[in-house]
Design a protein around this ligand. Structure first.
Ligand code: ADP
Ligand code: MG
Length: 357
């Protein structure tokens, strides 16, 4: 369906200097594939999507869509825009139009669909993304997650062959990421061809048929989620996918911002889909800081989440001691019963109690 050959893009800055962002991108995309594009920021992921739909015309190479070279002179871009939808990080809704007008606008204007029919289909699409009751409001009254679901419905209204998503959840509050990802999961199940630039590793691993790891302007590694996440060939891929997300706090007295930490933990759990663990994490954090390790100060509190191993841990680290700061006897039984494991281990600088949640 899409074939990309030696695609390159060089930007010329106002001062005449040049920056080559896409060096030599090659790939074949088949109908029904769900491809997640991951990689460090600044490596050309957005530029690649924008080049694919000619929002940012490439400087070299070829892009073939359904057997036609879309970079050839005379190729009609409106044809491409109809085949290839795009969903942006910042929604790009028309603020002066109601939700339903946002959706019917392009089908009426570009595909010549009669208003009544366009509206009927828009309502079906809004139901699909859970927003039928919002049809007649303006985008300004919607939350970020709702706006993004409208943007997805608007894109679907053109009956595209493929939709490109550029970090569709990264401008959202953590609490709203899930609702957008679940709409996207459903589209993947329905067989829509999708290319998704995302930092949501769990989502990428679960829904994708293929992963592109982009690095330094090329598709550095291309494989199934299993290959990329579990057996990456290149060390750069391995380092990227094994990153660990963490929150760290220095607790040096009892006057620490307990509520602030709780709220950070909550957002962290929502962001990384750990909602089911939030209660245990909060309870353990509270009991450890106020009871079991009440007299142990200063200590470093750390919440970590490794997306790949799906391991969530609360670490309590104390410098300059060589034996476990935990109380002996049955004091910890309550906590042990709630968690997967409590690991007590010396470190180079002190001692760590690692609680796997
Ligand atoms: P990613 O999406 O992977 O974070 P981008 O594709 O947005 O990366 O950007 C890659 C590089 O291209 C960055 O260094 C960015 O500064 C540069 N870049 C992007 N757009 C332009 C532009 N219009 N003019 C000049 N440089 C640009
Ligand atoms: Mg980007």
């Amino acid at each position: 369906m899409i074939s990309v050959k030696h695609l390159s893009k060089t930007f010329t800055n106002p001062d005449g200097s040049k920056i080559t962002v896409l060096k030599d991108v090659n790939c074949e995309i088949k109908q029904g594939e769900v491809i997640s594009i991951i990689g460090p920021s600044g490596t050309g992921k957005s530029t690649f999507l924008r080049a694919l739909n000619m929002l940012e015309p490439p400087t070299g190479g070829e892009i073939w869509v359904d057997g036609e070279n879309i970079m050839a002179k005379g190729y009609r871009l409106d044809k491409l825009r109809q085949k290839m939808g795009m969903v942006f990080q910042n929604f790009n809704l028309f603020d002066h139009m109601t939700v339903v007008e946002n959706i019917t606008y392009a089908p009426m204007r570009l595909r010549g669909v009669p208003e009544e029919e366009a509206r009927k289909e828009a309502m079906e699409l809004l139901s699909k993304v859970g927003l039928a009751q919002k049809a007649d409001v303006y985008p300004s009254s919607l939350s970020g997650g709702q706006k993004q679901r409208v943007a997805i419905a608007r894109s679907l209204a053109m009956h595209p062959e493929v939709i490109l998503f550029d970090e569709p959840t990264s401008a959202l509050d953590p609490t709203m990421v899930g609702e957008v990802l679940s709409v996207m999961r459903q589209l993947a199940k329905d067989g829509l061809t999708m290319l998704i630039v995302t930092h949501e590793m769990r989502f990428a691993r679960d829904v994708s048929t293929r992963i592109f790891f982009m690095n330094e302007g090329i598709i550095y590694e291309d494989g199934t989620p299993q290959q990329i996440f579990e057996h990456p060939v290149h060390s750069a891929t391995k380092a990227f996918v094994n990153r660990i997300q963490k929150l760290v706090y220095e607790i040096d007295s009892d006057n620490f911002d307990f509520l602030g930490i709780g709220s950070d933990f909550n957002n962290f759990c929502v962001k990384y889909n750990l909602g089911a663990k939030i209660d245990v994490i909060s309870e353990v954090m509270e009991e450890m800081l106020f009871k079991q390790l009440k007299d142990v100060r200063p200590l470093t509190l750390r919440l970590t989440y490794a997306a790949l191993s799906d391991e969530t841990a609360l670490d309590f680290m104390v410098e300059g001691i060589t034996t476990s700061p935990l109380p002996q006897g049955s004091a910890m039984d309550g906590i042990r019963a709630k968690v997967q494991q409590v690991i007590e281990e010396p470190t180079t600088r002190g001692f760590r109690v690692k609680i796997l949640i």
